[in-house]
Ligand binder design. Structure first.
Ligand code: ADP
Ligand code: GLC
Length: 486
C-alpha cells in the first residue's frame, strides 16, 4: 500500500506566497506524489485565495476546533494543487480573510497564536473528518509546529493517528513563532508541556520549538544549514536542543520547479533562450534595462537582486559596498520589500544614479523572472541562508550567482576556480570580501569566451526535486520505523 502523506503549510504557490516556503510547498508534494505516495496539501483559506480563480469547491465537511474559550467551526474547501495534488483549505474568515498572511503594515497580527493554533489543530481534525489516515504529517515552520505536539499528546490515544509519524521541516530557524506564556492555554495542550523540555522558550511559548521537540524526524533545507544551526552563532538559542536531537536531524536540499523557472519555456520574460542558443538572453537584458529605465547598449555587467530586504540577506554589506560597486562599472537592478532603512537606501541610490541603478520597492512575480533572465550576475551575499532558491533559479537562466558560503548557498554554488565551478563564492561577511569577489567577476566578464563557458556550466545544473523527494521518502520511512521503537 502506498504511503499517505499530509503536507501542512502556511503558504504554497500558486495559492499564497511570501517567500521560498511557498515555492517548496507548491512543488515538493507533487514530486513526492510522483514517487508513488498519496499526498495532500493543507492551507489556510486566505482572502487572496478566496478571491482568486482556483476553482474552490466545498467538501461538505465541517470541523470544530477548540481554541482558547471558543469552539471554532470551520468549513473545508478543496481544489487542485500543481501536479494533481489535492489541496484542502480551512475556511475561517475571522482568522484568514485579511490582506496579509501573517501581518499588515503595523506588524504581525495580534492573534497569530490563535490563528495558527486553529490551523494546526484544524488540519488534524479535518484529516479525521475527511477520513484521510496519514502515515506522515509533514509540517513546515512555526505555523504548523503545534501539529507534532498534538499528535504526541492530545491525540496519542486516538486510534485514528496510532500509526501517524511526524516530520518537521525548518525553513528558517530565526522565525520562531514566540508568544507570551499566558496564551499557552489557548492551545489546549497539557500544562506539563510548557516546560524547558517542551515548548517553553525563555518563558515564552515557542511554536517552532514545539515542532523540533515533538516531531519524530526533523529536517532542514540544506546540509550546511543543518550543521550551522547546531552552533551558537546560527542556532538562535536552539542549538543545544538541535544538538540533542542530532541523530533525528537531517539536511535535505530544496529542489526547484523548472516548469516555472526555465528560460526555455518562461512566458514572463522578453525572449526564451537555452545554453545552446543564447541570443534571447541579450534581448532579456535589453528589455530589463528598459523596464528599469536604464540605458541599453553599454557593455557593462548588470547585477540583479530579488529579495526580502532584511539583515538575513546581507544587505548591511551590500549597502556599505554599493557605491564602490557602481564605481567598478556595474549596473544594478533590484526588486524587494522589507526593512524601511534598506528600502530608503536603494530608492536614494537609484535617484542618485539614474543611469546605473534601477529599483522597484514591491513584490512582483513577473519582475522577479525578468531579473533572473536579464541580469548577468545574481547577488546573494546572505548572512545566513537555510537554502535559498533564487541562486538556483539564476543558474538555470545563466545569471551567474555571487554568494556568501553559507547554508544552501554553500551547497549549490561552486566557485569558478573550483572544478565544475558555477559561480562566485566568498566566506567573509564584509564589504571588502564582497568587493574583491565582484572584482574577480568583473574581470572574468571581460573574457567573453570564459564567461560564456561559465554560463553554460550554470545552465546545465539540475536541481529538480527528484533526488530530494526520494530523500524525503526515506526519511518518512525512518520516522515510521521510530514509532515502532518507542
Ligand atoms: P526567502 O524564502 O528567505 O525569502 P528564497 O530564496 O528561498 O528566500 O525564496 C524567495 C522567493 O521569493 C523566490 O521565489 C523569489 O523569487 C521570491 N521573491 C522574493 N522577493 C520578491 C519580490 N520582491 N518580488 C517577487 N518575488 C520575490
Ligand atoms: C526560508 C529560507 C530560504 C529557503 C526557504 C525555503 O524562507 O530563508 O533560505 O530557501 O525557506 O525552504
Amino acid at each position: 500500500m502506498s504511503m499517505n502523506i499530509i503536507f501542512a503549510s502556511s503558504e504554497a504557490v500558486p495559492f499564497a506566497k511570501t517567500g521560498g516556503l511557498a515555492d517548496v510547498s507548491g512543488s515538493l508534494p507533487s514530486a513526492i506524489k510522483a514517487l508513488g505516495a498519496e499526498v495532500c496539501l493543507f492551507l489556510p483559506l486566505y482572502r487572496d485565495i478566496q478571491d482568486g480563480s482556483f476553482n474552490l469547491e466545498s467538501t461538505g465537511v465541517k470541523v470544530t476546533v477548540p481554541v482558547g474559550e471558543k469552539d471554532i467551526e470551520c468549513e473545508i474547501l478543496i481544489s487542485e494543487a500543481p501536479g494533481g495534488v489535492t489541496a484542502y483549505f480551512l475556511k475561517k474568515d475571522e482568522y484568514f480573510d485579511r490582506s496579509g498572511l501573517y501581518g499588515g503594515a503595523d506588524g504581525d497580527y495580534f492573534d497569530n497564536l490563535e490563528r495558527f493554533t486553529f490551523f494546526s489543530r484544524g488540519v488534524i481534525e479535518a484529516a479525521k473528518a475527511l477520513d484521510i489516515k496519514p502515515d506522515i504529517m509533514h509540517c513546515n515552520d512555526w505555523q504548523t509546529g503545534l501539529i507534532p505536539a498534538y499528535i504526541k499528546d492530545t491525540y496519542s490515544k486516538d486510534p485514528f493517528f496510532k500509526k501517524t509519524a511526524t516530520l518537521f521541516t525548518i525553513h528558517n530557524l530565526a522565525y520562531q513563532g514566540l508568544f507570551p506564556p499566558e496564551l499557552f492555554k489557548a492551545t489546549h495542550l497539557s500544562e506539563r508541556l510548557f516546560t524547558f523540555d517542551g515548548l517553553e522558550f525563555w518563558d515564552k511559548v515557542s511554536l517552532l520549538k514545539s515542532g523540533i521537540v515533538f516531531s519524530d524526524v526533523i529536517t532542514t533545507v540544506s546540509e550546511t544549514y543543518a550543521a550551522e544551526i547546531q552552533t551558537k552563532r546560527l542556532g538562535a538559542g536552539l542549538d543545544d536542543l538541535l544538538k540533542h536531537r542530532k541523530k533525528d536531524l537531517h539536511g535535505v536540499l530544496n529542489g526547484v520547479d523548472y516548469s516555472v523557472w526555465d528560460p526555455e519555456t518562461d512566458s514572463l520574460i522578453a525572449a526564451n533562450f537555452t545554453a545552446d542558443d543564447l541570443a534571447g538572453k541579450q534581448s532579456c537584458k535589453d528589455a530589463l534595462l528598459k523596464e528599469f529605465g536604464l540605458p541599453t547598449g553599454k557593455e557593462r555587467p548588470l547585477i540583479g537582486i530579488v529579495s526580502r530586504l532584511v539583515d538575513q540577506k546581507g544587505f548591511d554589506i551590500v549597502t556599505k559596498a554599493a557605491r564602490k560597486i557602481l564605481k567598478m562599472g556595474f549596473a544594478l537592478v533590484l526588486i524587494g520589500t522589507g526593512e524601511t532603512r534598506y528600502e530608503e537606501f536603494f530608492r536614494k541610490l537609484a535617484t542618485e544614479n539614474p543611469k546605473s541603478v534601477g529599483v522597484k520597492i514591491g513584490y512582483n512575480e513577473g519582475v522577479a523572472h525578468r531579473i533572473e533572465a536579464g541580469a548577468d550576475i545574481f547577488l546573494m551575499p546572505s548572512r545566513y541562508e537555510p537554502c535559498g532558491l533564487n541562486q538556483i533559479y539564476s543558474l538555470k537562466y545563466g545569471t551567474i550567482p555571487v554568494v556568501r558560503a553559507t547554508g544552501g548557498l554553500n551547497d549549490t554554488i561552486r566557485d569558478f576556480t573550483e572544478p565544475g565551478g558555477n559561480g562566485f563564492k566568498f566566506k567573509g561577511l564584509s564589504a571588502k570580501a564582497l568587493l574583491d569577489t565582484l572584482s574577480e567577476a568583473a574581470g572574468l566578464y571581460k573574457d567573453k569566451s570564459r564567461w560564456k563557458k561559465l554560463m553554460c556550466t550554470a545552465m546545465k545544473e539540475d536541481y529538480s526535486w527528484e533526488r530530494s523527494a526520494g530523500r524525503y521518502m526515506e526519511l518518512y520511512r525512518l520516522a515510521l520505523s521510530s514509532l515502532h521503537v518507542s
